[in-house]
Design a protein around this ligand. Sequence first.
Ligand SMILES: Cc1cc2nc3c(=O)[nH]c(=O)nc-3n(C[C@H](O)[C@H](O)[C@H](O)COP(=O)(O)O)c2cc1C
Ligand SMILES: Nc1ncnc2c1ncn2[C@@H]1O[C@H](COP(=O)(O)OP(=O)(O)OP(=O)(O)O)[C@@H](O)[C@H]1O
Length: 263
Amino acid sequence: MQYVKDWYEFCSTKNNYNGEGTALTIGVFDGVHRGHTALLEAIKRTALRTVVVTFDKNPEELLFKHKRNRINTLRQKYNYLKSKNIDDIIVIDFSHEFSKIRGDVFIRTLIDKLNIKHLCLGQDFRCGYNLDTDIDTISGLFYNVVNIEIVEDVRYKDNKISSSLIRKEIEKGNLLLVNELLGREYCFDFYGIEPDSFEEYIVFPVEKIVQVMPPKGKYYVDITHNMCDFYPSMMRIEEKGVFFDKKNIQDTSIAEVRIKYTL
Ligand SMILES: Cc1cc2nc3c(=O)[nH]c(=O)nc-3n(C[C@H](O)[C@H](O)[C@H](O)COP(=O)(O)O)c2cc1C
Ligand SMILES: Nc1ncnc2c1ncn2[C@@H]1O[C@H](COP(=O)(O)OP(=O)(O)OP(=O)(O)O)[C@@H](O)[C@H]1O
């Protein structure tokens, strides 16, 4: 993974892909849901080196100060992308300064820096300051330097699958639907979070959670302490945070919790 803290420094360094063309896609990719997977599969279908350009946070988290709006932590997003056998993952620090760059300038820079030969985007892709650049603009400007593939929307029944739809369904507690839209179970990432420990319970307080919270209630879950062995257990969500009964867990250092369904 390459982490781009300073966009201007990234622009001024040499192209690492001299001679080797890339197939690339860009996006927030929160959830790495089934729609995103279609883009990843499209770049994999080429014989080129595959690159995903993404951001370290959801733009609205920074621009509109939305809290607890992530489907994934950055750690999970990276792991999900990696599990699709993407060669390189470039994560840009989405800062106020970065958000003011024009979309055409951003795309032009990526084409030059990363030697893009094939660019896959969804139909509603937009980027740049105040979302100034859409796929028609990109196709018009760059059709003669890069092969642009617009991937059709992946839908579930009447709806286009999207991170926004999934966030809404998590908040409503429709975990079975959420898991269907994601193509995997919605998973809390508690890796590196120190829980509060009481006699009977261990509790992850809401202030420490950056992911979207399902409604209060009891949930069937699978827990892991070491990222490989998951076992079935129960979780309770309350106003104050996420509770686990010590009787039902093997260790207090919980790493990830896959949420299966509401009780
Ligand atoms: C250079 C650049 C500037 C951006 N500026 C803004 C902005 O001013 N306002 C905004 O809401 N999003 C901005 N975005 C983020 C886009 O909204 C969008 O989330 C991003 O391009 C990824 O596309 P996706 O949402 O289809 O994943 C910017 C993105 C880029 C690459
Ligand atoms: N259902 C889908 N089918 C095909 N492509 C998709 C789908 N959803 C998103 N994409 C594409 O994936 C890329 C990344 O999109 P983005 O991360 O904004 O996802 P999103 O689910 O649309 O998020 P949000 O709901 O927050 O707008 C974009 O090119 C977008 O057009």
